[in-house]
Design a protein around this ligand. Structure first.
Ligand SMILES: [Zn+2]
Length: 594
């Protein structure tokens, strides 16, 4: 049965690949490049087929433990011990919930149903009972060393027991179980002729970092709620737990704010798709032909709940004091000189900066954040703080008057004053401010967390601040994935898969006593040139799979060759889930991986 799960001849997943014909860059040569590389795409599968046959021979002996090479879980669990034998999932297998949430039982049964057609019975119980032919989810008697998100799985021929201290750990145990089954289990329709087996084993697993993130910029290009949910599903598959939702920028304001309706009436739309893209590269057009869109508060609440079911916290980002052109197009009175402003059509740094001299600006910001806090339960609220041009503030009498009053010597210090004011407001509401590297310049707000994209992590962590690592060199998923193949237009720099995998989030020069201030890391997808879900997936995967392993797996357990082996199976899962991952990245020759 392992051979059948890896069989390359099955065209099902490949037949439903993706709709790159709809992408603006489909004609750029990428299709031709894909066709040329098709034979290489198969080669690793054939190699795996041999490995699988070997592991089947081992299993046939029964007294020999299964081979680790038959396991393909991403991110790699902290510890796996193989044993002899198999658990067989059958139509009458029960899901037993022992101090475990009903929703999780429903989730597991729901994931198993489409491919297996089984309607597994879910049995909540607190009493000892027959637990053969069962998948048991339990928070009873967990090992405390598993932490809040860790879990253990014990698979014997009789039962699978997933144990954790918290529902979050059970959820991750379920994700691992789904990857221990044949990959076809993730198919959206019945897959006949497969034995749904799990090798007997013992897994102990917990994440290395508490912040395992993914940033999506919907300011430049808009993805609708259904598309956001697809990305949340893909995050859950990878045990990522922070969705950093970049909701506002110069080119668009994407979240409904009841007190300021023009933010979305005006700020959510622009004349065209912009950025020099083909108008057909995206589909986010309103009925009047304008490009854009926004999330109603009802939609935001639905998405937050959907994420929570998948143990994903959504950190909203509301950019200030810069990158605010879309807001100022709607409410120019909160700028230094009254505008006019428009939702911009290209990238770069714009003069759309809130006036830091006007009291009204701070009232506006607080009113917006008040609604944001009602929508998002996240402890962390991201306020941007990057790329603020000082020109307007330098010329503005109100900004200069505030600088004099507050004894601020430079515009950088005025920016710091602005951020500290916002932090006071957030702290008063029991939230933590997080901002980009630049919020350090001019003095860091006392309780702020830094998101390091251009440096500052060591200084901030050494001063007792928490830090999330997103250095451009390793984490910017909008960069090119290849230097020598036709690729869709991307940001000028280059981030290949093996470099993303090699990322070490703890800075080498950071003293060990401050390591705990590094909360984790995340992959960032800025979308200047990315106007569709399919294109986003192409940029995310498999690089985000690599970053998921960077943030979850023990540093000592990481092995790029083994990651590439497991990625072949993950690719099969992508095919079945209709994910447009970058297929060329799976080829192992040096030239192809460039
Ligand atoms: Zn001003």
């Amino acid at each position: 049965m392992l051979v059948s799960r890896l069989e390359p001849e099955d065209p099902r997943g490949l037949g439903v690949r993706h709709c790159c014909g709809a992408l603006s860059w489909a004609g750029s040569g990428l299709n031709a490049a894909r066709r040329r590389r098709t034979p290489k795409h198969w080669r690793p599968n054939r190699i795996l087929g041999v490995a699988a046959a070997v592991s089947i021979a081992l299993v046939a002996i029964r007294s020999v433990a299964g081979s680790l090479d038959s396991i393909a879980v991403i991110p790699q669990p902290a510890s796996i011990q193989m044993h002899a034998g198999m658990f067989r999932l059958l139509p009458d297998t029960q899901i037993i919930l022992d101090s475990a949430p009903q929703a999780l039982g429903d989730y597991l049964a729901g994931r198993l149903h489409p491919s297996t057609t089984y309607n597994l019975r879910i049995v909540p119980t607190r009493a000892p009972r027959d637990r053969t032919n069962a998948i048991v989810l339990t928070t009873r008697d967990p090992e405390t060393s598993l932490g809040a998100e860790g879990y253990s799985i014990s698979v014997t021929a009789g039962a699978i027991v997933i144990r954790a201290t918290e529902p979050a750990g059970l959820f991750y145990g379920v994700q691992t179980l789904l990857q221990l089954l044949p990959a076809d289990v993730l198919a959206a329709k019945p897959v006949p002729g497969i034995e749904w087996t799990v090798p007997c084993l013992q897994i102990q697993d917990r994440p290395r970092f508490p912040w395992r993130g993914f940033l999506l910029d919907v300011g430049r290009h808009f993805l609708n709620p259904a598309e956001i949910k697809q990305l949340l599903d893909l995050m859950a598959l990878h045990k990522l737990n922070v969705f950093h939702w970049h909701l506002t920028d110069d080119q668009g304001w994407r979240v409904e704010i009841k007190k300021y309706p023009r933010l979305t009436e005006i700020g959510a739309w622009r004349k065209g798709i912009g950025f020099g893209l083909d108008p057909g590269a995206g589909s986010a057009y309103g009925p009047d032909g304008r490009y854009g869109g926004f999330y109603s508060q009802t939609e935001v609440r639905e998405i937050v709940a959907y994420a929570k079911e998948r143990n994903i916290n959504i950190v909203p980002e509301i950019e200030m004091p810069g990158h605010a052109s879309a807001a100022l197009a709607a409410y120019p009175q909160f700028s230094c000189f009254g505008g006019p402003y428009s939702t911009d059509m290209g990238g770069g740094i714009y003069a759309g900066v809130y006036c830091a001299g006007k009291v009204e600006t701070f009232e506006f910001v607080q009113n917006v954040l008040t609604e944001i806090l009602e929508l998002f339960p996240s402890k962390y609220i991201h306020i941007g703080g990057d790329e603020v041009p000082p020109d307007n503030w330098h010329k503005c009498p109100k900004c200069q008057a505030r600088m004099q009053r507050e004894h601020l010597k430079t515009e950088k210090e005025l920016e710091s004053y602005f951020v500290r004011g916002v932090e006071k407001f957030l702290n008063a509401h029991h939230r933590t401010l997080i901002g980009w590297s630049e919020i350090r310049e001019g003095g860091l707000a006392p309780n702020a967390t830094i998101m390091d994209w251009i440096g500052g992590a060591v200084e901030a962590a050494s001063a007792g601040h928490d830090v999330v690592m997103t250095p451009t060199t390793y984490c910017y998923l909008d960069y090119y994935q290849s230097t020598n193949q036709p690729e869709p237009k991307a940001m000028g720099d280059y981030l290949p898969l093996d470099r993303a995998y090699a990322f070490e989030p703890i800075p080498a020069t950071l003293e060990p006593r401050f390591h705990s201030h590094i909360l984790g890391a995340q992959g960032n997808l800025w979308t200047e040139y990315i106007a569709s879900l399919k294109h986003a997936e192409y940029m995310m995967f498999p690089r985000l799979s690599a970053l998921a392993e960077v943030t979850w797996s023990p540093a000592s357990g990481r092995n790029y060759d083994d990651f590439m082996r497991r990625l072949q199976v993950q690719a099969r899962r992508f095919e079945l889930m209709g994910v447009n991952y970058r297929r060329q990245s799976l080829a192992r020759t040096a030239a192809a991986s460039l």
